[in-house]
Design a binder for this molecule. Sequence first.
Ligand code: SAH
Length: 216
Amino acid sequence: MRVRKKPWAAQYIKDHSDLIVTEPESQLGHWQERFPSRQPIQVEIGIGKGQFIIEMARQNPEINFLGIEIQESVIATALRKLVESELPNVQLVETDGAFVDTLFAEGEIDKLYLNFSDPWPKKRHAKRRLTSPNFLTHYQKVLKEDGRIQFKTDNRGLFEYSLTSFNNFGMVFDEVWLDLHNSEGNEGNVQTEYEEKFSAKGPIYKLVAHFDSNPA
Ligand code: SAH
């Protein structure tokens, strides 16, 4: 997602330090203290403008949501929506999801969402894909045993890559949908901004998977 730099973003973020963390390493092991109630933590990496995580939080008040986004101008827009929503169970984190393993204690995360992640189509950029083996190693560490990863995309190439990547990692698939919006998997689906925009142009792919705790 490319957006113009927003001159107001940096100050707005500073002014809302109760809702957004910009030095996340300092929160290691203390994430629960940022929420009014101790509840399971679910994380989205690459939240964009935040539509998905904010709607998820509205529908699931018994869960604490953490939204990670690397671009200041993008997360500032999500923050504005969050402020308007007045939801107590979302916190935002401005950082690179590549370091997710340094932000959380082992098993601290209940579920991880990746929505319409950048496809990085060139082979030499494969390591940057959020579903590449390096990232999976980090996710495995911070996800609780049996914790799920949910991934949605409109990009067929990235979906194919991710299926292979997860499979080679020994992960177990709970759900695979090749045309989410025209399947029963769509029930209760919460749409992201990209999903609304791109579903007119072709199918939406989705998978849910977990790490195998008892590999044969
Ligand atoms: N999830 C949103 C946005 C998808 S675009 C939606 O579905 O509408 C992908 C987003 O991921 C962009 O906003 C981009 O800045 C962010 N992103 C890409 N790599 C990231 C990383 N390593 N860590 C955190 N965010 C990342």
